[in-house]
Design a protein around this ligand. Structure first.
Ligand SMILES: Nc1ncnc2c1ncn2[C@@H]1O[C@H](COP(=O)(O)OP(=O)(O)O)[C@@H](O)[C@H]1O
Ligand SMILES: [Mg+2]
Length: 305
């Protein structure tokens, strides 16, 4: 199983060390020992002992590149554990289990929440690809990279959580948000698969209409455009519902490129459903989404002017 088993094993002092490094990483590429001592409020003689311990657990990176650049930085595992612990303390998540999926910029794990609810925990990992490429030069660049990895991953998760909240309020078919901490978004888990995994879909026309109705709701009521809508970001559930996932990059409908971005989403959806035999004109669908009121585009009725 994953590194989350460690969440329960870590001692209070180890979390203090991780926290102290996290705080100081706002200012330092490599956090000097004296800052860790200051922020952890641990006995100065004991700091090295606890630092070695978290280093052995592979939760931090140590850099010893000359006096000026000597110090420590969190790695993604250390950051994961800080978030996991905070979510556990808030009673949002009771336990974390297997991987549900590895995206380009995320790792999604299954979790259990209060009332035995199944959860999906999305750990944002912005810049991970570049991290892999620079592993060999780790000591030299990892700190710098990691500062921005941390920051960008947190920003991405915060944005996604904000969008989901807004979309939940209007009742769109998107994941129900259960919590958020640092770079992690906690949602309800849906029992289904990305729609691209299906060779064939019963009633493709009906599913397509569900998607468009939702895009319209998001646009008109939450004033949001997804901006990465495609068959990989639509879950089709066992009970035949669509859930539109993956919202960090969404933009408001007053974005200068809103029309273009919406149009691209619509084209992706039309292209995918076209392969399943659904005939749809992206112009008409875009007009339906941006048009006034609850439309009747699928009911055969002519649209009013
Ligand atoms: N709420 C959820 N319920 C079930 N599976 C999910 C959920 N959210 C994400 N997943 C799974 O994790 C994968 C990656 O999530 P996604 O939000 O698309 O992240 P990425 O930006 O990395 O593509 C999805 O394709 C899906 O298989
Ligand atoms: Mg995705």
């Amino acid at each position: 199983m994953s590194h989350f088993e460690l969440t329960a094993q870590l001692e209070r002092e180890e979390y203090r060390i991780l926290n102290a490094i996290e705080v100081s990483m706002r200012k330092f590429e490599w956090v000097p020992m004296k800052n860790i001592t200051f922020y952890s409020r641990l006995d100065a003689e004991r700091v090295q002992f606890w630092l070695d311990k978290v280093h052995k657990r592979d939760l931090i990176l140590r850099h010893s590149g000359g006096l000026k650049n000597e110090g420590y930085a969190l790695n993604s595992k250390g950051y994961d554990l800080l978030a996991a612990r905070a979510l556990a303390e808030e009673d949002v998540v009771l336990s974390i289990g297997n991987s549900l999926g590895v995206g380009k910029e995320s790792d999604v794990y299954q979790g259990i929440g209060p009332g035995d609810e199944f959860l999906a925990l999305k750990f944002h990992r912005i810049g991970r690809t570049s991290f892999r490429n620079i592993k060999a030069k780790r000591d030299y660049v990892a700190g710098k990279f990691h500062t921005s990895w941390l920051y960008m991953s947190r920003v991405s998760a915060t944005r996604e959580a904000g969008h989901l909240k807004r979309l939940n309020e209007v009742g769109a078919d998107v994941p129900v948000l259960r919590g958020h901490n640092r770079h992690v978004v906690v949602m309800k888990q849906y029992d289904g698969q990305e729609i691209q995994e299906f060779d064939d879909v019963d009633d493709a026309q009906g599913v397509f209409e569900q998607v468009v109705r939702n895009v319209k709701k998001c646009y008109q009521e939450a004033r949001l455009i997804h901006c990465d809508l495609c068959e990989y970001n639509i879950i089709y559930t066992r009970d035949k519902h669509v859930v539109i996932i993956d919202w960090p990059q969404a933009v408001a409908t007053d974005h200068p490129n809103a029309r273009l971005l919406l149009r691209r989403d619509v084209e992706n959806v039309c292209r995918y459903f076209g392969r399943l035999g659904v005939e749809a004109d992206p112009d008409a669908v875009t007009a339906e989404i941006t048009g006034p009121g609850a439309g009747h585009a699928f009911k055969g009725a002519p649209r009013e002017c």
